[in-house]
Every structure is written in structure tokens, then in C-alpha cells.
Design a protein around this ligand. Structure first.
Ligand code: SF4
Length: 89
């Protein structure tokens, strides 16, 4: 739509969950992170991924990470399949 606004990213990081099954003593989720124990809704995730692929170029990959452990996300497989589908389009 606006090709001049199209950006090229090497990587894009998305925090899909703040859930983690570890309990590190230094974890900021305990007192300094207000979004503890939340997982992104699939609808919002799909909207973000569609926006990224429709409006920008991702050279390498979409990374799941941030404050939580992405492997604790119950939607992880669905998210991976969705990203794969969007990359193929
Ligand atoms: S989010 Fe990171 S720092 Fe916090 S408990 Fe999990 S692994 Fe440890």
C-alpha cells in the first residue's frame, strides 16, 4: 500500500507468553513486571504476523521470546504453523 514505509528486518521478536515453569531468584516477573503470567490471544498474534508479512520484509526469522518461556505457550504449535503459512504466501 505504501511501499516507502516498508521496512526490512533481519529478525522480529514477539513475546507470546510471560509464563515460565522455572523460578529463578532474579526473575523480574516477581515484582517489577506487571504483565506476569499472560499469554497472547491467537487473534492478536495472527493480526501482528499478518501485518508484519503484508507490510514488511523479514530476512531471517520471527523469534518467540521475551520474559516468558515460549515452550510454555499452549498455542505454540498453532503459532508456528501460522507463521509458516504466512511465510509461504
Ligand atoms: S522468565 Fe526467565 S528469569 Fe524468569 S523464571 Fe523464567 S527463565 Fe527464569
Amino acid at each position: 500500500m505504501f511501499p516507502e514505509l516498508r521496512k526490512k528486518f533481519k529478525y522480529v521478536g514477539i513475546e507470546t507468553t510471560t509464563i515460565c515453569n522455572t523460578d529463578c531468584f532474579c526473575c523480574p516477573r516477581k515484582n517489577a513486571y506487571e504483565l506476569s503470567w499472560q499469554t497472547m490471544h491467537m487473534d492478536l498474534f495472527e493480526k501482528i504476523i499478518m501485518d508484519i508479512y503484508e507490510n514488511h520484509d523479514v530476512e531471517r526469522s520471527i523469534r518467540f521470546g521475551g520474559m516468558g518461556d515460549p515452550s510454555c505457550d499452549k498455542h505454540l504449535i498453532k503459532r508456528l504453523k501460522f507463521v509458516k503459512k504466512m511465510r509461504q504466501n
